[in-house]
Design a protein around this ligand. Structure first.
Ligand SMILES: NC(=O)c1ccc[n+]([C@@H]2O[C@H](COP(=O)([O-])OP(=O)(O)OC[C@H]3O[C@@H](n4cnc5c(N)ncnc54)[C@H](O)[C@@H]3O)[C@@H](O)[C@H]2O)c1
Length: 263
């Protein structure tokens, strides 16, 4: 792809591993300089930075818990100090909880809501303020999920926060349209990352059965890779997508399109 992101600066949250790492590497491969946010794995974030630099790009690791507003302020200030501008924000940081709503400890509910939804709100607000003040537009892309649209038993706060990200992004798209800031969502299907280790690495019979059930449910018949999400993000971050805003792009191998009953 040549999406002409050279000279652009991207901030990617939760970029030390998994989908965030894939997004950071894809954007850097398209020429963007990348602020690599991490919360507690400095070594992994530095590996992403080294990989980008060894490919001739530029990157900087910045620690912050995006669920805390003061941390998000420090993150955005540090990215601006290092790169002078932010053209692309990718709200990727997210965690999952596997507890039914009636049983989930309240602190765990709060942790998921703060990381997934408040993290998206905090960074979008702060970077949005910077983009509006600077002028010249910008791109805000948030990583949601097929489970913002389709419920999954035992993942209540996760599904609710992803649906919240979807609506929040439409709202922000409308509010920022006159500033030519595109706000979009990439709703991810099942991807091979640590969040899903039981699904693609485990050899326990129950996990193998689950993996087979998931594969049967995805029309494309495979689990996606972080770069599948990275390429969709890079497209939305480019001027090729200048008339796309308030959209939810499902990158899911056809999962939400398919209502076929399975045996
Ligand atoms: N993997 C999938 O199948 C899948 C499917 C749909 C959506 N998603 C979404 O994609 C995003 C990335 O998930 P992943 O699969 O790469 O998982 P992952 O666990 O590998 O990566 C999540 C990253 O977010 C970081 N993070 C967590 N809390 C943070 C915080 N408070 N502040 C900053 N960073 C924080 C983690 O340290 C980690 O680097 C998440 O938003 C997730 O909900 C993933």
């Amino acid at each position: 792809m040549d999406l002409q992101l050279k000279g652009k600066v991207a901030l990617v949250t939760g970029a030390a591993r998994g989908i965030g790492r894939g997004i950071a590497l894809t954007l850097a491969g398209e020429g963007a300089q990348v602020a690599v946010n991490y919360v507690n794995r400095a070594d992994a974030a530095e590996e992403v930075v080294r990989t980008i630099r060894s490919g001739g790009g530029e990157a900087q690791a910045i620690q912050a818990d995006v669920g805390r507003y003061a941390d998000a302020e420090r993150l955005v200030a540090a990215a601006l100090e290092r790169f002078s501008r932010i053209d692309i924000l990718v709200n990727n940081a997210g965690i999952v909880s596997r507890n039914p709503i009636l049983e989930i400890p309240l602190e765990e509910w709060d942790r998921v809501v703060h990381t997934n939804f408040y993290g998206c709100f905090h960074c979008s607000r702060l970077v949005g303020q910077h983009m509006v003040a600077r002028g010249g537009g910008g791109k805000i892309i948030s990583i949601s999920s097929i489970h913002g649209r389709v419920a999954k038993a035992g993942m209540g706060p996760y599904c609710a926060t992803k649906a919240a990200i979807d609506m929040f992004s439409k709202q922000l798209a409308v509010e920022l349209a006159s500033h030519r800031i595109n706000v979009n969502v990439v709703a991810s299907g099942t991807i091979t990352t640590d969040i899903n280790i039981p699904l693609y690495k485990s050899t326990r019979p129950e996990d193998i059965a689950l993996r087979e059930a998931v594969l049967k449910r995805v029309p494309w018949g495979i689990i996606g890779e972080p770069e599948d999400i990275g390429r969709a993000v890079a497209f939305l971050a480019s001027d090729a997508a200048h008339y796309i805003t308030g959209a939810i792009l499902y990158v899911d191998g056809g999962y939400v399109a398919d209502g076929t009953p399975r045996a």
